[in-house]
Design a protein around this ligand. Sequence first.
Ligand SMILES: NC(=O)c1ccc[n+]([C@@H]2O[C@H](COP(=O)([O-])OP(=O)(O)OC[C@H]3O[C@@H](n4cnc5c(N)ncnc54)[C@H](O)[C@@H]3O)[C@@H](O)[C@H]2O)c1
Length: 372
Amino acid sequence: MKLGFIGCGVISVAHLEGLAHLKKLNKQTFELTAVCDLRLERAEAFASEVEKQLGKRPEVFTDYRVMLDQQGLDAVSILLDHDLHHLVAEDCFAAGVHVQMQKPLAISPSFGRKMSADAKKYGKILTLSEPSVLGASNVAMVRAVKEGLIGSVYMMIDYAAVTLERKFFAGTAWRHMKGRAGAGWINDHGVHRTHFFTEVNGPIKEVFAYTDIFEKQLSDGINTITPTGEDTSVTVFRFENGGLGHWMCSTAAHGEKMGGVWIYGSNGCLRPGQHAVMGDGQVIPMSELIERYAQNVVDDPFAHSYVELAEAITEQRRPISSAERGLEALSVVFAALESATTGQPVRVEEIIHGEKHVYEDTVLEEMNAGRP
Ligand SMILES: NC(=O)c1ccc[n+]([C@@H]2O[C@H](COP(=O)([O-])OP(=O)(O)OC[C@H]3O[C@@H](n4cnc5c(N)ncnc54)[C@H](O)[C@@H]3O)[C@@H](O)[C@H]2O)c1
């Protein structure tokens, strides 16, 4: 099947490596025949890298609509800023092309609902590339919990604090503006975690959070911005099955960064990407967990995302990382943001179905005011 990339920025490199990984394994999924970026020099440089890694140079475009018209693509991966996800996805569906979207599914839940409805309307597949639930290591952890390795999950903890020293995350100013990124890092990074939490332990029922913007100016030395997205959030939540969670994201830490995820159950603890430690002290390394639970899954999460997209198209197989699960993850983030705005606990269902949207309205307001 013929694949196109729309956007050749930071994450496109990991996607190319995923496709190269599949090529090495001799797994047939897609041929990357076209790439597009508004910035011609970026698209050209990326096309050269594709040629180096996959052996064939893709056609280069600066207008994705022209690419859709001329290339007879089966699918595209959309690798763009969050405020463009729903707009570009609809154009792709209308052109008869299946879509893999990057996390977060959309800038906010109402647009996530719209994208799923558009996919249905045009009869096209929409999958999400969410690396935190894809690849052998992540799939093994989820299956291990579901098969009872650590017993019932009592508590999930995630701390993520990075030290930007008042510069831009990943060199991108847009990530700090809620009109383009939906929120601050709690959305950009947070959906990785909320998607993982809910994949491991089922739906989250209720959320309470505090958020703040501590750093009033950020700069890369050329551009200076006044961020509108939260740089720090501290959240507590309860799963529908009774388990509790504590979750923190911050891009305002100075000096020392920190991070980690812990999943505590009635019989042991799982450390994603590392190992499981059982109540009797036995340590089970990740390699053994993969051997036990995910032998049939490719290692690289981005490679896995293309296996999922191909199987969804050719076999109508439901992907692990579906648009519906992406909407749920995004809605947990927006439940936290809604809670921090209103000072009340918020049920995730109320966000999924659009019953509460005080915070989301502020995103739409900034988005509708246009890009600076
Ligand atoms: N681990 C992950 O899964 C992961 C990591 C990073 C980014 N992402 C996601 O990938 C997406 C892109 O992030 P990024 O870090 O690569 O951003 P980026 O800003 O580095 O890249 C976006 C690219 O899109 C181009 N672009 C913008 N508008 C365009 C248009 N209309 N047509 C064609 N090209 C256009 C820009 O010129 C830029 O090169 C975001 O949704 C982000 O959340 C996922």
